[in-house]
Design a protein. Structure first.
Ligand SMILES: [Zn+2]
Ligand SMILES: [Zn+2]
Length: 363
């Protein structure tokens, strides 16, 4: 059995919170603020209550259920033969006697959440307008489909352009280059074992710390807590609704007495870089590093080595076109000589394809 409650966001509330009566307006005689539980029919004209026309009352119009025998049986069943709403406990329609076995349940109103001190409007929803907007929805969907089609066209155009750029980088031309300069640089990074000052909460002081100086200090901490922040009204589908206090999670800073420490600790920290560099005629070498101390405070050690090699080229037919090749090793770098001529493929983005580099025989 499917529930036709397109308005509902939450299932009916069967317990918790205080229970009050929904209101409804008689659409036949115009009588307003009829009570959802007490008035199953309009006391003025006798028309049956339509669950779709129910609404939440304002604080001033809120009324509890007066019938002492009232119990919540569930969301009303709508008679499939005469549309009369019946109690969920009923098996047969009290208006026409029809079998309620295949009945649908009443449409539920959207749960209403309000901030503290905020009231609800307490007037009937414009059901006619809601139906009209619902009928309009498929038309809007059609429009968005058209928008999607336009976006698809724009995207495919863009892909075409990007493909064009890819084509550019794939197509190459041959160029002749002269080696104009060569350079290299090597760096050894040196760490030194030093005494460092630090400060932290006692439970976070690192092991190995010494010269501790601790004192008591208030430590901030974030704490979450629940706070009443509004009211939630949930349609129970039988002409009543439950009202519950809405709780929100808040956060606040609390301070607790703790211990804060300053300390000393010995650590390896970066001290300096030893650089060597040169041109085409300088032999490639590492800086000479011999630590005075290898243990204890003041000891030094290598922390890493880096090396870069560069070969500068100039196009033979256009001195403005210069390129720099960075070989990975000095073994490759040392095969080049200033004045040598190479051929290379260069793409349309002016990027040389270094894997195509070929030494040309001297003229
Ligand atoms: Zn009426
Ligand atoms: Zn009926």
């Amino acid at each position: 059995m499917q529930q036709p409650n397109q308005n509902a966001t939450t299932p009916p509330d069967n317990g918790g919170g205080d229970v009050f009566q929904m209101l409804w307006d008689c659409r036949f005689c115009g009588t307003k603020k009829l009570l959802g539980v007490d008035h199953r029919h309009c006391p003025n004209c006798g028309a049956a209550q339509d669950p779709e026309w129910r609404y939440f009352p304002s604080e001033a119009d809120k009324k509890t259920v007066t019938d002492p025998h009232y119990t919540y049986a569930g969301v009303d069943k709508i008679c499939p033969f005469c549309q009369q709403p019946n109690s969920a406990a009923a098996n047969f329609c009290k208006a026409c006697g029809g079998d309620l076995a295949n009945s649908k349940t009443a449409v539920l109103k959207v749960t209403v959440s309000t901030e503290l001190g905020q009231d609800v409007a307490g007037i009937a929803d414009d059901v006619v307008k809601q139906r009209f907007e619902k009928d309009l929805a498929p038309a809007k969907k059609g429009l968005s489909r058209r928008v999607m089609a336009i976006i698809a066209v724009i995207m495919s155009a863009c892909i075409g352009l990007c493909g064009g750029a890819l084509g550019l980088s794939n197509s190459t031309y041959d160029s002749k280059l002269n080696v104009t300069n060569m350079s290299w640089e090597r760096t050894i990074s040196i760490d030194r074992y030093e005494s460092q000052q630090g400060s932290d909460w006692r439970n976070e002081v690192p092991s190995g710390a010494y010269n501790r100086n601790c004192y008591s200090k208030d430590r901030p901490r974030q704490e979450s807590y629940q706070e009443a922040c509004g009211v939630e009204r949930v349609d129970r589908g039988d002409g009543s609704f439950s009202q519950k206090t809405k709780m929100c999670t808040r956060s606040r800073t609390v301070y607790e007495s703790d211990t804060f420490c300053t300390y000393s600790i010995d650590r390896w920290i970066h001290n300096r870089d030893l650089k060597t560099s040169g041109g085409p005629n300088e032999a490639v070498m590492w800086a000479n590093f011999a630590p005075a101390l290898t243990s204890g405070l003041g000891a030094e050690r290598e922390a890493g080595r880096t090396e870069t090699y560069k070969v500068d080229f100039q196009a033979t037919d256009n001195a403005k076109n210069t390129y720099t090749y960075e070989p990975d090793t000095d073994a490759i770098w040392s095969t080049f000589k200033v004045g040598q001529q190479y051929s290379v493929k260069i793409n349309r983005l002016e990027i040389p394809q270094w894997d195509t580099l070929k030494l040309l025989a001297p003229r």
